[in-house]
Design a protein around this ligand. Structure first.
Ligand code: SAM
Length: 217
């Protein structure tokens, strides 16, 4: 089935109409085949503006949130980007069309393998996926020009701040288990950071040493 018309409609209604203006992000979202990142039975819903289940009680984020978080990262083509929470691989796929290297960490092995398979099938080869507790960041690959966290954290883990370049941007949902505020933090100098609240959001929890415990938020 050809989903390109549905994809363009999704971008017009849920991305552009809601205020996303970055032309590169708009064109990448018109290009990346989101339906491949959800299971076959849900492919008909892939171009609605909803988060959808991807197994293991996790979700692929809604298109508007993917676009808004990506825009907040203010990416340059040669940036190295860390994503925490690979999930389906869709956000990583969007990032991979905008920058040279995407480093993505996922704690659930089956999701990391599934994302790898999908990304390989469409030859998106500049996404490096690592299975581990992403609440620690990815020290071996740091520093990063941008870090995007796609799970809700109780507070901002210090590791993320330490792993940013000067000028680096961190976009992260912070709050409780039911709702969070999407924050953008910029490392303006070695020990100086600016912080702003972007919008209210609702993510599954960041589970790990510097996130929530597995028992609950
Ligand atoms: N970015 C994903 C996408 O495009 O499909 C959506 C991510 S989903 C909302 C959140 C993901 O974060 C889940 O796959 C979950 O397993 C993962 N996660 C939660 N805590 C984590 C941690 N400490 N390290 C790595 N991944 C984590």
């Amino acid at each position: 089935m050809d989903y390109s018309i549905a994809r363009r409609r999704m971008v017009a209604q849920h991305v552009v109409a809601r205020g996303i203006t970055d032309k590169k992000i708009i064109s990448v979202m018109e290009e990346v085949p989101r339906h491949l990142f959800v299971e076959e039975a849900l492919q008909g819903q892939a171009y609605t503006d909803y988060a959808l289940p991807i197994g293991e009680k996790q979700t692929i984020s809604q298109p508007f949130i993917v676009a808004a978080m990506t825009e907040a990262l203010t990416l340059q083509q040669d940036d190295r980007v860390l994503e925490v929470g690979t999930g389906s691989g869709y956000q990583a796929a969007i990032l991979s069309r905008l920058v040279s290297h995407v480093f993505s960490v996922e704690r659930i092995v089956s999701l990391a393998r599934r994302a790898r398979r999908i990304l390989d099938s469409i030859h998106y080869s500049n996404v490096h996926i690592h299975v581990s507790d992403g609440s620690n960041g990815w020290a071996e690959q740091a520093p990063f020009d941008a870090i995007i966290v796609t799970a809700g954290a109780p507070e901002v883990p210090q590791n993320y701040l330490d792993q940013l370049t000067i000028g680096g941007r961190l976009v992260i949902p912070v709050g409780n288990g039911n709702s969070q505020v999407l924050k953008r933090i910029i490392r303006t100098a070695d020990q100086t950071f600016s912080e702003e609240d972007l919008l209210d959001c609702r993510f599954v929890p960041l589970i790990g040493e510097h996130g929530w415990s597995e028992k609950g938020c």
